[in-house]
Design a protein around this ligand. Structure first.
Ligand code: FPP
Length: 281
């Protein structure tokens, strides 16, 4: 969604249940056009089973496969996953190496199936510090799936939201763009996600309720869904719960409810009523 042009998405879709804990087995009619997922809880999942953390990450790759399949099945057109943050470099070296290895393995093992299912891969983040062979694998996967249109899968790998904004500002300065031409659209063109609509729904697993430096600019008006489920246990039913919860939300983008736009009972309209809708936050 272009900044400054809030899309109206109000009211509940017909048939969407209010109780998000008991979803029907079908997706609601009003789907998010872009879902972003913070896949958290692999380490705890492994610890609960007396397994090494990497076993949790490996189980997480299965949950990721299920998520992609379910998005294709339900017709969610865009999915962004937070696979490795710029802060994750601070983890022990063997875990960092393991995560790099897992991504390469996922690409090698699943690329043909992803391609067959019409999934287009895109990388969000920076490849500078990424091992050469993984960089090549990512670039190959992106090139091979370039023309697919069923699901756009954005893999945020070596990505951080604050760094993304800093890099965008640097590029704007390097490009010599004059200050009066710098607006939200200009900044968006310089982000890693240029051309991608903002996420409508952010899902975070494992009971944590943080954004953890994920798509900070882009989630300004996203709906957030948190579940205590640990990432490796996330499945189709969990996605359905999140989608039904989203369908039941009333997205106002800073506007008022239609029947709230009338003067207060005391007759005072207030100055805020004169603020243009797109700027009222
Ligand atoms: C957070 O769980 C998860 C990650 C840092 C990595 C996410 C990776 C996957 C889901 C596996 C797929 C991997 C790739 C690279 C495609 P955590 O380790 O912070 O869990 P914890 O909070 O329970 O310790």
């Amino acid at each position: 969604m272009a900044a400054g042009a809030p899309r109206s998405n109000r009211g509940r879709a017909a048939g969407a249940p209010r109780d998000a804990t008991t979803p029907s087995s079908e997706a609601p009619t009003r789907l998010p056009s872009h879902v972003a997922v913070i896949m958290d809880g692999n380490g705890r999942w492994a610890r609960q089973r007396g397994l090494p953390r990497l076993a949790g990450h490996r189980a997480g790759t299965e949950a990721l496969r299920r998520l992609i399949e379910a998005c294709v099945e339900f017709g969610v057109p865009r999915l962004t996953i937070y696979a490795f943050s710029t802060e994750n470099w601070k983890r022990p070296a063997h875990e960092v190496r393991g995560l790099m290895f897992l991504l390469e393995e996922v690409i090698e093992r699943q690329l043909s199936e992803l391609d067959r299912n019409g999934v287009r891969l895109r990388h969000i983040g920076w490849l500078e510090n990424v091992p050469h062979h993984l960089r090549r694998a990512i670039q190959r996967a992106v090139a091979r799936t370039e023309t697919n249109t069923r699901l756009e899968l954005n893999v945020a790998f070596n990505y951080g939201g604050r760094q993304e904004i800093v890099r965008a500002v640097r590029r704007i300065v390097e490009d010599g763009i004059p200050p009066d031409e710098i607006d939200e659209a200009c900044l968006e063109r310089h982000l890693e996600t240029a051309g991608l609509p903002d996420p409508d729904l952010v899902i975070r697993t494992s009971g944590e309720m943080r954004l953890s430096n994920f798509l900070l600019w882009q989630v300004a008006y996203a709906e957030i869904y948190c579940t205590p489920t640990l990432w490796p246990d996330f499945d189709r039913e969990e996605l359905l719960r999140a989608l039904h919860s989203y369908a039941a939300r009333d997205r106002r983008f800073g506007e008022l409810e239609v029947d709230e736009g009338t003067p207060h009972d005391d007759g005072e309209t207030g100055d805020a009523s004169t603020v243009p809708v797109s700027r009222a936050r």
